[in-house]
Design a protein around this ligand. Sequence first.
Ligand code: ADP
Length: 196
Amino acid sequence: MPLDIVILGPPGAGKGTQGKLIAADAGIPHVNTGDMFRAECAAGTELGERVRSILDDGDLVPDELTIEVVRARLGQDDTADGFVLDGFPRTLAQAEALDRVLVEIDRGELCVVLDFQIPDEAAVQRLLGRAGVEGRSDDTLDRIQHRLDVYHEKSEPLVEYYRARGILVGIHADRTVEEVFAEVQQVLAAAQQTRS
Ligand code: ADP
């Protein structure tokens, strides 16, 4: 049974950090739409040029574009044993599209959806801390607040979408990297046991 994982949570919740750890530990790809879009921008591709100002503003890339990027990525051979999807879905339309992609690539239900929970103030502090280190153009206080607003309006409803399907597990994300990863590993072990 493939280990198909989705990570939900606001910017600054640590999805990327934990996504990388989970992927390395399980030997499956970490699929992060934000990283993919930033790579396109850095490479100056046509897609990169189309999304650059959207990323800078902290708005969402249109669903059609984002869905195509994810469909192409999940269709690659290296996802055969599973994937860690981080930053997607971010809208209800994307979640519904993901369900269709899963059918296309012959998968059943997702193994688990991890909901990274952290208070807004803690997320803001982390992102401001990261701003100096990573130099991301969307890590200014103004854009961070906007991204959190977009999260609450567009993405938070997905928590209910997956809770209703019985595959959502909350993660206490406002703790150290090690503590969060320990909780994630327990959740993944339990999820795999339930399914096998
Ligand atoms: P964060 O979670 O810290 O805001 P990400 O690296 O996940 O950052 O995403 C950065 C930006 O990439 C988003 O603000 C958005 O512009 C774009 N993006 C990433 N994933 C999606 C998505 N699923 N739908 C639309 N836009 C996206």
